[in-house]
Design a protein around this ligand. Structure first.
Ligand code: AFP
Length: 332
């Protein structure tokens, strides 16, 4: 049986674009290679060596940095930074962007990532992942400006994630459908396993950290109460599924439908998830699978940029459920 590899797929997609130079394919290739290195390291975690545990550092968001966070960040930044395809890299783990100097031949893309999301789950063998997003440099001249780094999220050229789970999967969209590839560990190659993923219009699960209920506003409480009510017509009550590893919770929601929520609350007035590194790339993936992503009030990809590390509330999943959530959240 003939199988499509990730590189073949990206090249074919790129050829549909008449002005394509191959730079995008090269960048995707580097992401793929970095993800294989990280996948190998994640799979080895616990077998020995010294890769599990904390570095003792605290990142820009106040989170403790795991050794694997640092390893993933360095692996992606080194490979992609040397690839000649990007002029800047921003990472959830770094307070400042990495700007590629002239001697390293900067390319036209900007790469953003959460190198290892959900890493506080590493030591209990829960699936974790890398989330990435690609923009084009829009300012003229050699310098990378704020205009380049703080673009509206609907300007993303491509976005996706790699999930290091029971198998390693690479999911991406370049704006024309969402495609999933599974890493064949024997061959070390990603093969197409999900062609044109479509999120179910409804689904029957909701995903939220209910331990935060006390900190929610009344509308958020009403929304969760609604999802738990019995109603045959709308398939309620929904089942609760929450892993606490965004890539895993998102992946399940993408394939099975339902809604994932991380609302604003008394502790996190702007929500907890990062706009550029988590919410925006997953919103692009979800919309390309015919789903919906919102901050609870409006389309997430329309939000005005504020800062590299800005946080945002996130409601993402099946279009009908996310619309219902927006309606309940807007009620008095
Ligand atoms: P870590 O990378 O520190 O584990 O954070 C994970 C995360 O950013 C995201 O993956 C989860 O959806 C969310 O945090 C879980 O947050 P709570 O622990 O507050 O539920």
């Amino acid at each position: 049986m003939e199988r499509t590899t990730l590189v073949q797929h990206v090249r074919r997609q790129e050829k549909k674009n008449p002005g394509a130079t191959g730079e995008f394919t090269s960048l995707m290739n580097e992401i793929m290679v970095a993800s294989k290195i990280v996948s190998l390291e994640v799979n080895k975690a616990g077998i020995g060596g010294d890769i599990l545990g904390l570095t003792g550092k605290i990142n820009v968001h106040g989170d403790e940095v795991q050794k694997l966070d640092e390893f993933a960040d360095l692996t992606f930044t080194r490979l992609i930074g040397n690839s000649g395809t990007v002029c800047a890299i921003t990472s959830e783990e770094r307070s400042k962007p990495i700007l590629i100097p002239r001697e390293k031949h900067p390319g036209k893309y900007i790469f953003m990532m959460d190198p290892l999301d959900g890493s506080s789950n590493i030591d209990v063998n829960v699936s974790i992942g890398t989330i990435f997003s690609i923009y084009r440099k829009i300012s003229t001249g050699d310098q990378v400006t704020e205009e380049d780094l703080l673009q509206k999220a609907d300007q993303q050229v491509a976005a996706g994630y790699i999930i290091y789970g029971s198998s390693t999967m690479f999911i991406y969209t370049a704006g024309q459908g969402v495609f999933g590839f599974t890493l064949d560990p024997a061959l070390g190659e990603y093969f197409l396993s999900y062609n044109c993923i479509q999120v179910p219009p409804q689904g029957n699960t909701y995903s939220i950290n209910e331990g935060n209920t006390e900190n929610w506003d009344p509308q958020q409480k009403a929304l969760v109460a609604y999802l738990k009510e019995s109603d045959k017509a709308t398939g309620r009550p929904y089942k609760l599924r929450y892993i606490g590893s965004l890539v895993s919770d998102f992946h399940r929601t993408l394939l099975k439908g339902g809604i994932f929520m991380y609302p604003r609350d008394k502790k996190n007035q702007q929500g907890k998830l990062r706009f550029y590194f988590e919410a925006a790339p997953l919103a692009m993936v979800m919309e390309n699978a015919n789903g919906r992503a919102s901050d609870g009030r409006q389309r997430l990809l329309d939000l005005p940029p504020e800062g590299i590390h800005q946080c945002v509330p996130l409601f993402i999943g099946s279009p009908e459920v996310v619309e219902t959530a927006e309606r309940i959240l807007a009620s008095e």
